[in-house]
Design a protein around this ligand. Sequence first.
Ligand code: GDP
Ligand code: MG
Length: 369
Amino acid sequence: PEDIRVYEFAEKLKRPMSDIIKVLFDLGMMMTKNDFLGADEIEILSEEFGVEVTIIDPKDEFNYVEEAESQEEEGEERPPIITIMGHVDHGKTSLLDAIRKAKVTEDEAGGITQHIGAYTINQHGREITFIDTPGHAAFSSMRQRGTDITDIIIIVVAADDGVKPQTEEVIKIAKDSGAPIIVALNKMDKETANPDLVKGQMAERGISPVDWGGDIEFVPLSAKTGMGLDDLLENILLTADILELKASPDANAKAAVVESSLEKGRGPVATVIVQNGTLKVGDNVVCGKAHGRVKALINENSKQIKSVPPSHTAVVVGLNEVPAAGEIMMAMKNDKEAKEYAQKRYEYDRHKELSKSTKSTLEDMTSMI
Ligand code: GDP
Ligand code: MG
């Protein structure tokens, strides 16, 4: 195991090398394809990718790939994670609010609902998680880090206004991300709504409606009247079925920060969406340069909860500093490990600042391989 190189490890896991390098990078370790992985790095990587790695005698028949495959099959279905994008005033906030209001199951105890940057709804017994962050800072920051958590992108276009500059930007982002796209034709309640015009404009930009022989679903709806909301949610679930989204609830938690702030009385807080594993109160976590022990997990009904399963969301209290949106939070074995990784990351960031090579971004690194 001491003599496995980054690219060999990637091959064993059947993962792109850039994924491996990015994970190491996020933990503050600059490695390129020919670098050797130590036992520590192998351990972190295996946790990260939810693979059980057994360090073995070469004669043994067991190998990483078999393990990786068996783990994947064992994964359990998880709810899809959705990001809504679109031109200003086309109705993103209205749509997110309408879905939340219609579908979030409120606590019987009736806690005060609080905006926490993401929420999970229940559609006929199945769950869907929406990222509800203004400006989608987390989305772009995650894309930069290569740890995009969005499974499906909804592009909202106001049917009375059509494709606008930001719609064009969003189309590009959505295409680049490779995530499936669903188009929400909003404001259908308006007399001036012209869905065919929008379909034509979108088709010209490579977003072809299914009813025109293309492969993108266009769902007419109104965030104002609620018309079409169920169709949108059903479409999301159908798309999710095709994606076969899975995660292992028993793995060590890995979560993405969608919002963060410093709160009076609570200190640094971060809203996270769990990608894999289950985040629990008491977990020792590292999150970029920040680390800490999860003191409390709070849901959007302001209720304290004990744990957060995959694709679910909560506010995490207990970090020593505010992590950036888009940062990845990982549960570590113990307090010492969490501190060590946070320290490594801190040193790496400092080094990057000092060495003026501020332009040496992740993109540069991956293009070097
Ligand atoms: P955002 O900038 O994309 O978040 O758009 P908003 O949700 O803030 O909506 C912009 C404006 O359009 C607001 O005045 C909304 O009330 C209005 N609006 C949003 N959805 C609809 C809709 O389905 N029908 C109508 N008539 N107005 C809508
Ligand atoms: Mg808005």
